[in-house]
Design a binder for this molecule. Structure first.
Ligand code: MSP
Length: 509
């Protein structure tokens, strides 16, 4: 059995979950569900990044210990993902004893590898980013571009990782598919950015902090804690038992896919692979960076007060429609814009009208003309039948092809096109007219519609697990045994629902 290990970034625990985090997490969930129904042994990991100066400061402001503080807020992420039907196999918290033990084991390996040394760090640190910024990253007035605050000059004795020793190896691993340590970076534009930056050469990085107490102590020098970013990356291996469960670790590592947005790609394609190379572990197979989205043309931010939470989205559109709308608005690999107004229009157009209507009219007609019994597959076919069968029968290949490339809009577009084609088929074949004279023909038409709906339902399952299950149930197909993804791949037809249940009720405007 093939296996599929997929991860999202671990989100900063003191952030309030918003639809930006949801975007990545839902995308990963669709892939995880898709691969599960495809028969792979999937491990889907998400979680929270809980150490660092920022969290410690927030805890202190509340008069709490950092651990009490993070324990009291982590549920925001856990429940946001429950609310969005996220099917993660594990939720890792970096403040857990298990992650700490794993990270220390990894650090010790790193230390023993000979790539760690003591040095002095002089730099400009942005607490908001939890990292040092270079002069060239600052705005013209010397501020951190993301936080609009000046970084603080900072100098201390730290432990360093000899990142500079890995430049050539990483370049080769990225650019040569035949390289032993090859991993791919997608989309190509992102890969080229990383390659361009890599060619400028690598500097060693400081991996520890003297002044940050809320972190994991270096096992060989407990006066320093591990720099949060370095520690956070290790979650991908500690979660699957790097230090305490060899069997699971060997089963799932290297990860098939690290998914994230573009702003943290460097950490995942340069620093992380170098750390892995240093300790002699294989690199992840693929790192994919999707774009950032703005809301109504503006960056979502607390200060602008325009942050939308997953809960707000779900209250407005329901869980499954929210998942679908997030992923079908603009192509995954590029930046885009979303707006709740355009979500509402697409909710009505794609879901309530096109898909809802198709199911509704098909179930009604099977009840009216065939007493609710799903018809058998017909022998002869008209040209319209053939066309519909060809399009619906090819849907699963198109979806597979799209999802292999993380082209979620490619998948949803193909599903939508099949729905419209089926609606047009109803208009052209006019079963309500045929029913008066030709029962065999009406039965054949309805078979084509039901079979098309079955194939649509199967492909919708990863995107909208609950609504697709309802769709399949209403046409008399159990979602857990829905047959093959090919035309005519189901034999056990029973009766359709006596009354169609609307999949997507119209929204109050
Ligand atoms: N804790 C680090 C990641 C460590 S991974 C070892 C971090 N956390 S974060 O909470 O800031 O999450 C960043 C991720 O949130 C992005 O990479 C992306 O997956 C998601 N997004 C946050 N806002 C987003 C948008 N507006 N648009 C798209 N993705 C967004 O960085």
């Amino acid at each position: 059995m093939s296996r599929y290990y997929i991860t999202t970034p671990i989100y900063y625990v003191n952030d309030v979950p918003h639809i930006g985090h949801a975007y990545t997490t839902v995308a990963a969930d669709v892939l995880a569900r898709y691969h599960r129904t495809d028969g792979a042994n999937v491990f889907f990991l998400t979680g929270t990044d809980e150490h660092g100066a920022k969290v410690a400061a927030a805890a202190e402001a509340r008069g709490e210990s950092p651990q009490v503080f993070v324990d009291s807020i982590v549920d925001r992420f856990v429940s946001a993902w429950k609310e969005l039907s996220i099917s993660n196999d594990m939720f890792i918290r970096t403040s857990s004893a298990r992650h700490k033990a794993g990270a220390q084991a990894f650090l010790m390996q790193l230390y023993e590898s000979g790539y760690i040394y003591k040095g002095v760090y002089d730099g400009l640190y942005c607490v908001g980013c939890e990292r040092f910024l270079t002069e060239s990253e600052l705005t013209s007035s010397g501020l951190c571009p993301d936080h609009q605050r000046p970084p603080v000059p900072y100098s201390e004795e730290n432990w360093f990782f000899r990142l500079s020793a890995f430049g050539d190896q990483i370049l080769r691993a990225i650019s040569n598919p035949k390289d032993e340590q090859h991993f791919s970076i997608e989309p190509p534009a992102r890969k080229n950015e990383i390659l361009g930056k890599l060619r400028l050469g690598l500097q060693d990085i400081s991996i520890s902090r003297k002044t940050v107490e809320w972190g994991i102590p270096l096992p060989w020098d407990e006066t320093q804690t591990c720099y949060v970013w370095v520690e956070a990356l290790m979650n991908y291996v500690t979660a699957i038992g790097y230090h305490d469960d060899r069997e699971t670790f060997q089963k799932y590592w290297p990860a098939d896919l690290h998914l994230m947005a573009k702003e943290i790609l460097w950490f995942h394609t340069v620093i992380w692979p170098a750390m892995l190379m240093a300790v002699g572990l294989p690199t992840p197979r693929k790192v994919y960076a999707h774009g950032f989205f703005t809301l109504n043309g503006r960056k979502m931010s607390k200060s602008l007060g325009n942050v939308v939470s997953p809960t707000e989205l779900v209250e407005r559109f329901g869980v499954d429609a929210s998942r679908y709308l997030l992923l079908s608005e603009f192509p995954f690999g590029v930046d885009g814009n979303i707006s709740l107004d355009s979500f509402a229009s697409r909710y009505h157009a794609d879901l309530a009208n096109d898909l809802g209507n198709l199911l509704n009219r098909t179930v009604n007609m099977v009840n009216r003309y065939l007493d609710g019994a799903c018809p058998p597959a017909p022998a002869a076919r008209s040209p319209e039948d053939e066309l519909l069968a060809e399009i619906a029968g090819g849907l699963s290949q198109t979806v597979r092809h799209a999802l292999e490339r993380l082209e979620f809009t490619g998948a949803t577009d193909a599903i939508r096109a099949t729905v419209s084609r089926a609606n047009r088929y109803v208009d052209v074949t006019q079963p309500w007219v045929v029913a008066r004279t030709d029962r065999a023909r009406v039965s054949s038409i309805l078979f084509h519609l039901i079979e098309t709906l079955r194939l649509i339902g199967i492909e919708l399952l990863p995107f909208m697990p609950d609504r697709a299950t309802s769709l399949l149930t209403q046409i008399g197909v159990p979602a857990t045994a829905a047959g093959t993804r090919t035309w005519g791949g189901f034999a056990d037809w029973s009766r359709v629902a006596q009354r169609p249940e609307p999949l997507f009720p119209r929204l109050d405007t």
